[in-house]
Design a protein around this ligand. Structure first.
Ligand SMILES: Cc1cc2nc3c(=O)[nH]c(=O)nc-3n(C[C@H](O)[C@H](O)[C@H](O)COP(=O)(O)OP(=O)(O)OC[C@H]3O[C@@H](n4cnc5c(N)ncnc54)[C@H](O)[C@@H]3O)c2cc1C
Length: 417
């Protein structure tokens, strides 16, 4: 019997992982990507592999907090008001999903996915000899105020109930874990369940290993048209030509809904822009990654410097950098980390990436009734780096066995169809 063939559309962490696990299961795989293989949302992120992130973006209180932030040009959150039917529908669905019952249902599903994905990263790193600075344990949630720390305690209790390693630390206990950098804080939360790495180095090496394993990657190939006959995709057309296979997987991040829409599949999703920049020689290098809670900012010690990441802007599919918000990030860093001065940031180059955000904060993973040989893996929002490998493995299971070892209607592709 001839080998089954699959085409994966999109070479971010989700697409690469899907191709990797399909190839391991004996499927012939080709990847097509519109970019040049050196940059997408999977490169400039904060690099956390964080099972602690069990609360999806859509959660109680987020709407009122978001509306307050909208009035401040330096705030970490912004939606550009515009008459766009997809954005309006997304907003209504987001509001509907932002309730405690939904969060309580989502948390264990996310936890299972994230714990599994962390384990898969460790396997990939070992099996493929990838040195991307993977380290565990630890993530600190640094709180400037008692109110913020009090709020984080609720998250700790929820995480502990789900079996995750989480504890509240005093200022003194935090300083013992992080002796290198001074924080202006009342205390922190420590997540021993979390890990981190240097994502751009991982992506480069993972891509190399994937090519060595025989998977072809066609860069600068933008999918332009999907040909569907009856209930089946027969061909895809890119700017470079046409490709056909037994199975097609859309892992095109924030652009996925545009592709799905061509064949009448609705997967509500908005690109949530975030920024990051790196200090190659910071005045102080942190030992552990940290989230500066009130500033909604992430810091990560990486192989080639200290990275800061933050903001969430829903301003459409573009990578334009809003300098006001970058200034807001720098201001927050200085407020939290007195060792850092404005001059330390005078030469930073800001990177922008689009997080694929679903209205309920859970990804779309699996098959769809729309076409019997189409599969979707996207919508991981702030958790896409963490969830890449597990998504790839689950899609490979779905394609080769017809079912996924972790499944839930909450991550179903057709839940808004
Ligand atoms: C500032 C910031 C910090 C973050 N920090 C973290 C973190 O610490 N931990 C975490 O878990 N997550 C984090 N994330 C989220 C994470 O980076 C994303 O969720 C994840 O990278 C998405 O991966 P992806 O493979 O779905 O999409 P992408 O990496 O965006 O890849 C999609 C690919 O599809 C291709 N494509 C698009 N359209 C087409 C087309 N028509 N034809 C062919 N190819 C196409 C694109 O060229 C691209 O290469 C962060 C995000 C940001 C912005």
């Amino acid at each position: 019997m001839s080998k089954q063939k699959a085409i994966v559309i999109g070479a971010g962490i989700v697409g690469l992982s899907t191709a990797y696990y399909l190839n391991k299961r004996g499927v012939e795989v080709e990847i097509i990507d519109a970019g040049d293989g050196t940059n997408n949302c999977s490169y400039g992120n904060a690099g956390y592999i964080s099972p602690s992130h069990i609360i999806p973006l859509a959660s109680p209180g987020i709407i009122s907090q978001g509306l307050r932030w909208m009035l401040n040009p330096e705030s970490p959150f912004y939606i550009k008001p515009r008459l766009d039917a997809d954005l309006i529908r997304w907003g209504l669905l987001f509001k509907k999903a932002s309730n405690a019952a939904r969060v309580n249902a989502a948390a264990p599903v996310l936890k299972d996915l994230m714990v599994k994905s962390q384990q898969l990263y460790e396997e990939i790193i070992q099996d493929e000899s990838i040195d991307a600075g993977y380290r565990k344990p630890g993530l600190l949630m640094i709180c400037k105020t008692k109110e913020a720390l009090h709020h984080e305690v609720e998250l700790v209790e929820m995480a502990q109930k789900l079996g995750l390693d989480a504890e509240v630390l005093t200022r003194e206990a935090t300083e013992k874990l992080e002796p290198n950098v001074e924080y202006d804080m009342v205390g922190s939360v420590y997540f021993g369940c979390d890990a981190w790495m240097t994502p751009h180095n991982f992506m480069k090496l993972f891509q190399e290993r994937i090519k060595e394993s025989g998977i072809k990657i066609h860069f600068k190939n933008e999918l332009q048209r999907i040909v569907k006959i009856g209930n089946k995709i027969t061909e895809i057309i890119t700017n470079e030509g046409s490709y056909s296979a037994d199975h097609y997987v859309i892992t095109a991040g924030s652009w996925s809904p545009l592709l799905a829409k061509q064949i009448g599949l609705r997967i509500p999703l908005q690109g949530g822009k975030g920024y990051s920049f790196m200090l190659p020689s910071p005045p102080k290098m942190t030992t552990l990654p940290s989230i500066l809670v009130e500033g909604r900012l992430a810091t990560t010690p990486m192989q080639d410097g200290l990275r800061f990441a933050g903001t969430m802007e829903l301003t459409g599919l573009n990578h334009k950098v809003n300098q006001n918000r970058v200034n807001g990030i720098i201001k927050s860093i200085k407020e939290f980390m007195p060792d850092f001065r404005a001059v330390d940031f005078s030469e930073v180059k800001t990177w922008a990436g689009l997080r694929p955000c679903t209205p309920d904060g859970l990804p779309y993973i699996g098959a769809t009734k729309n076409s019997r040989n189409l599969y979707i893996g996207t919508g991981h929002a702030m958790l896409g780096w963490t969830l890449g490998p597990v998504t790839g493995q689950l899609l490979a299971e779905q394609i080769t066995e017809g079912q996924m070892s972790i499944s839930s209607p909450l991550i179903g592709v057709d839940r808004y169809a």
